[in-house]
Design a protein around this ligand. Structure first.
Ligand code: AMP
Length: 395
């Protein structure tokens, strides 16, 4: 894998695709700098070599050039985090941008305006990609969050740098971590899949059945499996049209020798609300009118043992509605179990939007081996797909 380490950037302008799609408050202040910090090592490597950096990113989903999606809002924060003054350019292409790039001195950083102000970005337009490519000497992709998109700045652009393209540290680390879980893993390998729906993770489940020894299926997904096996799930979230598929997965797992663990008890509520009445019940006999919103104490104990037995752990998706305090218990307990297993030598990777939010909220982010920055991109890698942004650098 060619990373920035393979290149000496002295006297060169690195055009770096970063993922600065950061959350902003009403006033346009950055509320979470994780993604900016994640890009810092790559940017510093370029500068320390004696090169210059031109940063390009998207922010949100602008329909036209709405000010609320302008990257100008984050420029000061980027300067602060990187520790070098960053100059903003109000357009990502065009004569003025080209001139600023031509005149860029080594050691300096430019930040381009939102790539998605041009519809050509998402369309993967070659002319737009070429215009971007003319700004720099080397193309660096460090944006895992968009690596599953064949957009102009993430994929198409790479063809204009046949011998001058590489991965940034962040993207390389993401690829290595997932590879360590899927292909270079120490056994037993455990995948924990939670979240709302079976339908959104079905391809992941099918693909990783070939890679893992055990799988915990929790969260809202579990009820489809329980109902398919003849259980009464009350009014828990359930996809009736996926019941047959759930049984097929259980069969396939059995045939492949993969142990599947489902919750055995749940914390059921009489309403989808923080103030609902609750009771702990067997997952196969949830009373009508009640819905399972978290895994129960016996399940927590069972999962703890499974997690602590594993040497490689992948976690995607919460075990309950962790956004509501009364239903966060099992997700927090799982985080603790994974932290403990990691301390004892297991390799643990957490990824997917909601599990990342959960590990951060409950302070587990530095107690696991790796927290992935890309939700959709990670799921697609788990589905076994080749991501266009990654393939474009390797080609
Ligand atoms: P996903 O994006 O598929 O990972 O789903 C994450 C969402 O699943 C979170 O917002 C959780 O609140 C939700 N979730 C987890 N467990 C349940 C459950 N038992 N019932 C309803 N929603 C759930």
């Amino acid at each position: 894998m060619t990373t920035v380490d393979a290149i000496n950037f002295e006297g060169k302008k690195a055009l770096i695709r970063v993922d600065f799609n950061v959350p902003l408050d009403q006033e346009g202040n950055v509320t979470d700098i994780t993604r900016i910090e994640a890009a810092k090592p790559t940017i510093l490597k370029v500068l320390e070599d004696g090169g210059a950096a031109i940063l390009m990113s998207h922010l949100g989903r602008p329909k036209s050039q709405e000010a609320q999606f302008s990257l100008q809002q984050i420029c000061k924060k980027v300067s602060e985090v990187i520790g070098v003054e960053v100059n903003f350019l109000p357009n990502c292409i065009g004569p003025e941008t080209q001139e600023a790039a031509n005149n860029l001195e080594m050691g300096k950083i430019l930040l381009l305006e939102n790539l998605r102000y041009h519809e050509e970005e998402k369309a993967g337009d070659p002319a737009f990609a070429k215009a971007l490519s003319e700004l720099g000497d080397v193309y660096v992709n460090d944006a895992f969050g968009t690596a599953h998109r064949a957009h102009a700045s993430t994929t198409i652009i790479a063809q204009y740098f046949p011998n001058n393209k590489c991965f940034g540290y962040l993207l390389a680390k993401e690829i290595e971590s997932l590879d360590r879980v899927l292909n270079q893993s120490e056994k037993p390998v455990l995948a924990i899949l939670g979240g709302a729906k079976v339908s959104s993770k079905i391809t992941v489940i099918e693909n990783i059945l070939d890679k893992v020894d055990e799988m915990i299926i929790g969260g809202g997904m579990a009820y489809t499996f329980i109902k398919a096996q003849g259980g009464n799930v009350g009014s828990s979230i359930c996809e009736d049209d996926k019941q047959e598929l759930a049984l097929e997965i259980l069969e396939a797992a059995k045939a492949k020798g993969v142990l599947i663990h489902l919750p055995v008890d749940v914390l059921a509520a009489n309403d989808f609300s923080e103030t609902a009445q609750t009771q702990t019940v067997d997952i196969k006999s949830i009373p009508d009118g009640w819905q399972g919103l978290d895994a129960g104490p016996q399940s927590i104990q069972k999962f703890d043992a499974v997690v602590n037995n594993a040497k490689t752990i992948l976690w995607n998706g919460p075990l309950g509605v962790f956004e509501m305090t009364p239903f966060a218990t099992a997700t927090i307990a799982l985080g603790n179990s994974i932290a403990n297993a990691t301390k004892n030598g297991a390799f643990s990777l957490v990824g997917g939007g909601d599990s990342v939010a959960a590990v951060k909220q409950f302070g587990f982010d530095d107690k696991v081996s790796y927290v992935s920055t890309g939700g959709g991109a990670m799921l697609e890698m788990l589905e076994g797909k080749t991501l266009p942004g990654i393939a474009a650098i390797k080609e």
